[in-house]
Ligand binder design. Structure first.
Ligand code: PMP
Ligand code: GLN
Length: 386
């Protein structure tokens, strides 16, 4: 195994999902929904499969999907992208993140990112031979995760190539505020850095908790330096399809595509027309999706608080983090490893998403993208802990 990959073991999601199936525990670890996405989308996929759309599609994605991605971004965020040259389909957001970093970073370049971060970030940065400069998000006033503007400023420097920003943010559930985004944008302009934005939870900013989702590319001077990434997995409850996309100015999209063509070449032909159908659904689909997830959030937040956790209610995503110290635990990793035996529930330790492992030691993450009866069962089991 090459040196640069040695720090990376099996992903925490694989480890925890294996633990769940071995013990029969309720799996609130890995974030995937337990119900299928919109029936129109599923029908379109079946039709494409039977209709012979089973050979290599075009490298950047089929034109109807690129057109649907463009229309969707125009409809929800007022962003204009040319489907020919400014949009590329990828194997989920994961491939887009890797290809963006590999296509934009020279060895030794620095990537500013916010910890705790999604686990593929550190690995993709390492594959490129780049260095991560983490800025730590910490629980602050009113249980909201906040960043220290001075820490962010200090993370930028002459070697900064790009900032990797995920909002709504996994695992904290933080939705970056307009003021925070404005500072990120200012620093990108000042240091002439690119931005790669992971917006897979773009439709999961909860209306009662946050000002709403704001793509960084909508801020002045940012469209021309931002690669904006999203994926069908979250919005349309099809995480197993691995259909994602990236939008940006053609120079940056070409840099990504140069790498992508040698990673996967093209992606799942019959799923692409289906995702195009989903992106074109009425506004009510997106509103109902968010409202449904918001109700599940409320259910799990209340249940965890009842079970004795110190809960940090999320402003977005389908994850909630909680401090385990009120339950007599000190370490989230030990807590999560023992939890299936103790009460038949799987959660993910937030610590593994930090470089500063002290900062996340007491935090664990639960996914609430599950049926209400499954969440209720998990809560009943967790209540046995006290
Ligand atoms: N980024 C974040 C923040 C995520 O939570 C996920 C979840 N899977 C991904 C990227 C990866 O998305 P995909 O499955 O589309 O590769
Ligand atoms: N994004 C999901 C999570 O954070 C799943 C990711 C994965 O399994 N790689 O749980």
């Amino acid at each position: 195994l090459v040196t640069r990959m040695r720090p990376f073991g099996t992903t925490i999601f694989a480890e925890m999902s294996a633990l769940a199936s071995r013990t029969g525990a309720v799996n609130l670890g890995q974030g995937f929904p337990d119900t299928d996405g919109p029936p129109e989308m599923l029908a379109a996929a079946a039709e494409a499969l039977r209709g012979g759309q089973n050979q290599y599609p075009p490298g950047p994605g089929i034109p109807p999907l690129r057109a649907a991605v463009a229309a969707h971004q125009q409809r929800f965020w007022g962003l204009e992208y040319d489907p020919d040259g400014e949009i590329v389909v990828t194997a989920g957001a994961t491939e887009a993140i890797a290809a963006a970093i590999l296509g934009l970073c020279e060895p030794g370049d620095e990537v500013v990112c916010f910890e705790p971060y999604y686990d593929s970030y550190a690995a993709s940065i390492a594959l490129a031979g780049a260095l991560r400069r983490p800025v730590t998000l910490r629980p602050g006033a009113a249980g909201r995760y906040a960043m220290d503007p001075d820490e962010l400023r200090a993370a930028f420097g002459p070697r900064t190539r790009l900032v990797l920003l995920n909002s709504p943010h996994n695992p904290t559930g933080k939705v970056f505020t307009p003021a925070e985004l404005t500072l990120v944008a200012e620093l990108c302009r000042e240091y002439d850095a690119y931005a790669v934005t992971d917006e897979v939870y773009e439709h999961l900013a909860f209306t009662d908790a946050a000002a709403g989702h704001m793509p960084l590319a909508t801020l002045p001077g940012m469209r021309e330096r931002t690669l904006r990434i999203s994926s069908a997995g979250k919005t349309f409850s099809c995480t197993g399809w691995k259909v994602g996309w990236t939008s940006g100015p053609s120079s940056l999209v070409s840099a990504l595509l140069r790498v992508k063509q040698f990673l996967t070449f093209v992606n799942a032909a019959p799923l692409q027309p289906a995702v195009a159908v989903a992106l074109g659904l009425d506004d009510s689909y997106f509103t109902d999706f968010r409202a449904g997830m918001q109700a599940r959030r409320d259910q799990l937040v209340a249940g965890l608080a009842d079970a004795g956790f110190d809960v940090l209610p999320p402003e977005g995503t389908y994850f909630v983090t909680a401090d385990v110290t009120p339950l007599g635990a000190r370490d989230g990793v030990e807590f999560c490893r023992a939890l299936p035996e103790r009460c038949g529930v799987v959660a993910v330790p937030t610590q593994v998403f930090y470089d500063d492992s002290e900062a996340g030691r007491r935090l664990v993450r639960f996914a609430f993208c599950k049926r209400p009866d499954v969440l209720a069962e998990a809560v009943t089991r967790l209540q046995q802990l006290v």
